[in-house]
Design a protein. Structure first.
Length: 295
């Protein structure tokens, strides 16, 4: 019997005392894929990525699922994926893809390959003076500061001109961008691809008075029926990747000028795949996994 492992972590596993408020998304993902896997005669195991290697005995393929603490343990996470691969287990997405995607500086390479991105400064260290200088560089009064290794807006800060304390500093290597009002007005579009094939799209909207679109901060999601042009723009990001299309990809984009979409992130590690807005997600993912196993 083929056995698929779905990687989780101590903050997403049911019953954990440290479970995240948005861990219901983990439950929705598992509920969506389990029936389609069972229909193919596959066994599904949900495993904490930090579990001993012995827990992966008999596993044929590992799907990096809801390992939503890896950004604080990046090297250990990468090492574990590499160890699983060396043990002969297929990793999806591969440790090479994860290593490329784990630091958001990959956006520079995609920009060089033609992607339209938000103007960004990359700073290893950042303090209040750097924040004021960045506002001058972007000719803006608000900045969004994100961790270069991070996800889900955790640790993210919005800074406003004249409101930054003189002793403020950011504790991680940073990506710094001008705040674009479109994120609060029209939200973010997430395009889901499996094996390079477009599946479905979601519009994510922040709650009133916020700009963060994640459910953890009160954001909501609705099904978006993208135009042919929108799908083409998202597909161009898949084509710009410096490797073959991975098993799954979520391309997050923001509405720009003249119907041009701006790439926010290409999520290739452990993105939430929005099964509620993509009712065929489980089946589509299973078909893509079957192709991976055949290869």
């Amino acid at each position: 019997m083929t056995t698929i492992a779905f990687l989780a972590c101590d903050t997403t596993l049911p019953g954990s005392s440290t479970r995240r408020e948005d861990a219901f998304e983990h439950d929705l993902m598992v509920a969506a894929i389990k029936p389609t896997f069972m229909a193919r005669g596959w066994a599904l195991r949900v495993i904490d990525w930090e579990a001993p290697m012995s827990h992966f005995d008999g596993v044929d393929l590992v799907m990096v699922g809801s390992s939503w603490n890896y950004w604080d343990k990046a090297e250990a996470f990468l090492s574990k994926l590499e160890a699983l691969g060396e043990a002969g287990i297929t990793i999806c997405n591969s440790s090479e893809v994860v290593r490329w995607n784990i630091r958001k500086t990959y956006l520079k390479q995609l920009e060089e390959r033609g992607a339209r991105t938000i103007p960004t400064l990359w700073l290893d260290h950042m303090d209040a003076r750097d924040a004021e200088a960045a506002m001058d560089t972007f000719a803006c009064d608000k900045l969004v500061v994100k961790r270069q290794i991070g996800a889900g807006a955790e640790g993210q800060e919005m800074l406003e001109r004249g409101q930054v304390a003189t002793d403020w500093r950011f504790d991680h290597p940073a990506m710094v961008q001008p705040f674009l009002p479109a994120i609060a007005e029209t939200g973010e579009l997430s395009f889901l691809f499996f094996g390079g094939t477009f599946s479905h799209c979601v519009q994510k909207l922040p709650k009133a008075g916020d700009y963060r679109i994640q459910s953890l901060y009160g954001g909501t999601e609705i099904t978006h029926h993208p135009s042919v042009d929108e799908i083409a723009q998202a597909s161009a990001i898949i084509e710009a990747l410096p490797f073959d299309a991975p098993l799954y990809a979520r391309i997050d984009m923001l509405e720009g000028e003249n119907s041009n979409l701006l790439l926010m992130e290409a999520e290739l590690i452990e993105p939430y795949l929005y099964p509620e807005q993509g009712p065929n997600m489980g089946q589509t993912l299973a078909e893509a996994i079957a192709r991976e196993l055949e290869e």
